[in-house]
Design a protein around this ligand. Structure first.
Ligand code: FES
Ligand code: FES
Length: 219
């Protein structure tokens, strides 16, 4: 399956490059130099503006986080964050995300650590995983794993915007992600677990602020 996936991705990548070249001959302006900020690093790529972001991420930048599934924005395996919001990279042209901060699974722990620093200056050191990743491991939620990179991205977005989601909110957020292994119940449990873990960090930070011995609490 991974071999087939790689082959399909390569064929599509080549197809798009051919399309770009054809348009290039017509317009004499393609390929363009496009600057993309991915996982906090600036990349300059030669590609037609309508090239799907997924092909640049997996082809040019060799990132394994976003995966090719349906190519139609239907399954969620290609999900990444753009300025903190989940997008389907298989149908997003690179011209639409110029100037935005793209985060793939590879950059998620650093993205979370940065958020924590902003929100809780005195929180613990950077974790190796985003809490959602750790919770997926702890709940043994993963089966074949093909859908999980996108699921984790979606769950991270949810918890960044709704730290204490209800089960209904979790179901609604994850609704657009397909898992052929049927791991949904464990995914929900894992997201609830991650939410508690993240609340624990927050509670610790708040507790510090409310410490009767702290200068702030005496004011
Ligand atoms: S590959 Fe993008 S949503 Fe399925
Ligand atoms: S774990 Fe196999 S597709 Fe979701």
């Amino acid at each position: 399956m991974p071999q087939t996936g790689r082959l399909v991705r390569k064929q599509i990548h080549v197809f798009y490059r051919c399309q770009s070249d054809k348009r290039g001959k017509l317009s004499a302006t393609v390929p363009d130099k496009i600057n993309l900020r991915v996982n906090d690093r600036l990349h300059s790529v030669d590609a037609a503006p309508n090239t799907p972001l997924l092909y640049v991420l997996s082809g040019d930048l060799q990132l394994q986080g976003p995966r090719f599934g349906c190519g139609l924005a239907q399954c969620g395996s290609c999900s990444v964050l753009a300025d903190g919001s989940e997008i389907r990279s298989c149908v997003t042209p690179i011209s639409a995300v110029q100037g935005k901060s793209i985060i793939t699974l590879e950059g998620l722990p650093a993205w979370y650590a940065k958020q924590k620093k902003t929100n809780h200056a005195r929180s613990a050191s950077n974790p190796p995983f985003h809490p959602v990743q750790q919770a997926m491991i702890d709940e043994q939620a993963v089966q074949c794993g093909y859908c999980f990179n996108g699921m984790i991205i979606q769950a991270a977005e949810l918890l960044s915007k709704t730290p204490q989601p209800t089960e209904a909110e979790i179901r609604a957020a994850m609704n657009g992600h397909l898992c052929r292994c049927g791991s949904y119940p464990r995914v929900i449990k894992a997201i609830q677990r991650a939410s508690r873990a993240m609340a624990g960090v927050n509670i610790a930070a708040n507790a510090e602020n409310l410490d009767p011995a702290s200068p702030e609490s005496r004011r």
